[in-house]
Design a protein around this ligand. Sequence first.
Ligand code: HEC
Ligand code: HEC
Ligand code: HEC
Ligand code: HEC
Ligand code: HEC
Ligand code: HEC
Ligand code: HEC
Ligand code: HEC
Ligand code: HEC
Ligand code: HEC
Length: 350
Amino acid sequence: MPEKNKSRIAIPVPTGKNASSETGRRGPRIRVRTSRVLALLIASTLLPALTLAQPQAKPASAGQTAPVAQEKKAPATPAAEPSTYAGAEACKTCHAEIYTGWEKSPHWKQTYKEGGIAKHGCEECHGPASSHVADPSDTSKLFLFDKAPTKEINQRCLTCHAGGTQHMNAINSEHTKNGVSCVSCHSPHHAKESEFLLVKAQPELCYTCHLQQKAQFDMPFHHRVNEGLIQCSDCHNVHGTVGPKQVRTSSTQDAVCFKCHIDKQGPFVFEHAPIKVDGCQSCHLTHGGPNPHMLKLSNVNLLCLQCHTTSSFSSAPEAPSFHNQASLFQSCLLCHSQIHGSNFDATFFK
Ligand code: HEC
Ligand code: HEC
Ligand code: HEC
Ligand code: HEC
Ligand code: HEC
Ligand code: HEC
Ligand code: HEC
Ligand code: HEC
Ligand code: HEC
Ligand code: HEC
């Protein structure tokens, strides 16, 4: 699965630690299977560069022009006067402040200073900008992130960031589908957080949109996210997942919970079925709630009796004494203490 996804975006990829060399080495053929939109977007990203590469290619070795010719035949009708690359130094003269900030960002180092894809710097993201340099009021050929639709923004960022497992589901993520783009959370120029170029730190970043979850983490019993002990992104991959609710799986593809609560994973000789079948959520609220241990119900016996409905649990005299709900023995855990599974007892006694 990861292999397949990687090959889908066989676009020139930078030399960062995440940027796997296998992505860049597949030659010029772009294999796009899922979406024609994607193909078009990629084409529109590459086309200006390729058109432009022609005049430049003359002094270079003849071999380099071959892939260009191959790529060119697909999309027709290039713009009448394609803008060409002006180079980041040209931008510096007028956008000094942005340039200075950019010099401190990982993008500068990897896409310009140390030579990324084509060392185009600013123009890797904003597109060839010679016409804008010639006439600053002409921004028509620039890629402008605050005006572009989510899909195009994401595509632009993903030309470099599609590699690796973290982003392989980005195109279909809940965020993407709902118009939350890369730049809703990241800002290449105005990041408030030095780490990951985030517009805000977690969890505040998430709470700007997810107010219901904010309330859940304010409940008396909660995962200590607000306190900084764990983060939303420990459990969620906001860039998209295969499974529902953008919840991560552990390295063994199990429930995300086992990443930290290893003791609950087993395998046990005697498993408690709902843990394996429905997951931890059958008894716990994951974010937080009003009950101790973040249980869904405050009375443990009522929680258990949602599923264990046999007549043995009743207040009738014929009920087994240990299960007679009229007696003291309502607290199931008094006897069935190994509720997450046991290696010794089928009924989860100590
Ligand atoms: C000669 C000065 C000058 C140079 C050189 C220059 N710009 Fe600009 N740029 C401007 C001005 C002025 C504006 C504001 C134009 C406007 O909004 O009408 C601007 C606006 C922009 C915008 C934002 C447009 C918008 O509407 O949000 C981007 C992006 C941009 N420039 C990128 C670049 C890049 C990339 C380069 C280098 C390739 C560059 N500029 C070089 C003067 C310049
Ligand atoms: C990694 C992609 C990326 C690179 C590289 C990049 N930009 Fe931007 N640029 C953006 C995004 C995204 C925005 C929208 C504002 C934001 O989110 O920071 C933007 C906004 C702008 C604006 C609009 C004004 C503003 O402050 O938001 C200008 C001007 C600009 N960029 C110029 C440049 C120049 C000059 C460079 C090179 C020094 C550059 N950009 C490099 C992605 C990039
Ligand atoms: C809902 C907010 C949000 C959106 C939308 C989002 N990100 Fe992120 N991104 C984060 C957070 C939070 C982190 C840090 C935690 C983590 O790695 O999951 C991060 C980390 C990253 C990282 C560094 C970590 C890594 O391993 O890749 C990159 C690169 C990145 N995002 C790129 C993108 C791109 C490209 C998009 C658009 C396709 C995008 N992000 C959309 C919130 C977001
Ligand atoms: C030309 C290729 C390229 C493009 C386009 C690009 N990036 Fe990056 N980005 C990189 C490289 C290279 C790094 C450094 C990777 C590393 O250090 O592992 C990086 C790093 C990042 C990081 C991680 C910063 C950190 O602190 O680790 C984030 C977040 C990110 N980019 C977001 C974006 C977003 C959002 C866009 C679109 C607006 C974008 N990138 C467009 C190449 C690119
Ligand atoms: C700009 C607004 C915005 C930000 C910021 C944001 N989200 Fe979202 N998020 C949404 C929208 C819109 C949806 C899709 C609609 C919904 O399910 O609420 C969504 C969906 C989700 C989902 C999937 C919900 C489902 O039902 O499948 C998760 C999980 C999630 N976001 C987590 C996060 C986390 C974690 C952060 C912070 C790192 C974050 N979001 C930041 C707007 C945002
Ligand atoms: C301990 C792991 C964990 C943490 C930490 C966590 N989540 Fe979740 N989240 C889950 C699980 C599991 C689900 C899906 C099952 C459920 O609804 O309980 C979920 C569901 C969601 C949903 C979908 C809501 C719904 O009702 O379907 C959103 C949105 C969300 N989380 C946002 C966040 C935000 C924002 C944060 C941080 C402030 C966060 N989560 C922290 C595990 C976590
Ligand atoms: C990133 C690590 C991490 C992940 C992932 C995680 N937890 Fe936790 N969990 C903790 C920590 C740490 C505590 C202790 C909380 C405290 O002391 O504030 C905790 C506490 C709990 C508690 C309450 C314990 C008590 O005695 O009150 C429950 C229940 C729980 N987690 C269930 C889950 C479930 C269900 C999942 C999966 C959706 C999950 N956890 C995922 C770290 C994690
Ligand atoms: C059948 C209901 C049920 C399911 C399913 C369940 N739990 Fe629990 N869990 C409980 C009960 C009841 C308690 C309270 C135990 C007590 O009071 O001793 C508890 C307590 C906990 C605690 C805190 C005390 C301890 O034993 O460490 C953690 C952590 C925890 N559960 C995690 C999980 C995780 C992770 C999962 C999923 C793998 C899960 N639970 C599934 C019922 C359940
Ligand atoms: C989400 C449903 C669900 C909840 C909630 C639940 N259980 Fe279970 N439990 C099951 C299923 C399904 C089995 C296995 C089928 C069976 O043997 O009845 C099982 C098995 C058991 C067994 C072993 C039965 C046997 O015959 O060996 C005991 C004991 C048990 N549960 C106790 C509890 C207790 C105590 C609670 C409350 C803390 C609880 N269960 C909550 C679904 C649940
Ligand atoms: C005083 C100790 C005690 C308490 C309290 C207790 N049980 Fe039991 N439970 C037992 C004994 C003893 C058995 C029979 C074990 C055997 O057959 O080996 C049993 C058997 C079971 C079984 C498997 C047989 C059946 O009847 O389905 C389930 C399920 C079960 N208990 C659930 C619960 C639930 C739910 C509660 C709380 C409402 C609870 N128990 C409270 C002692 C207790």
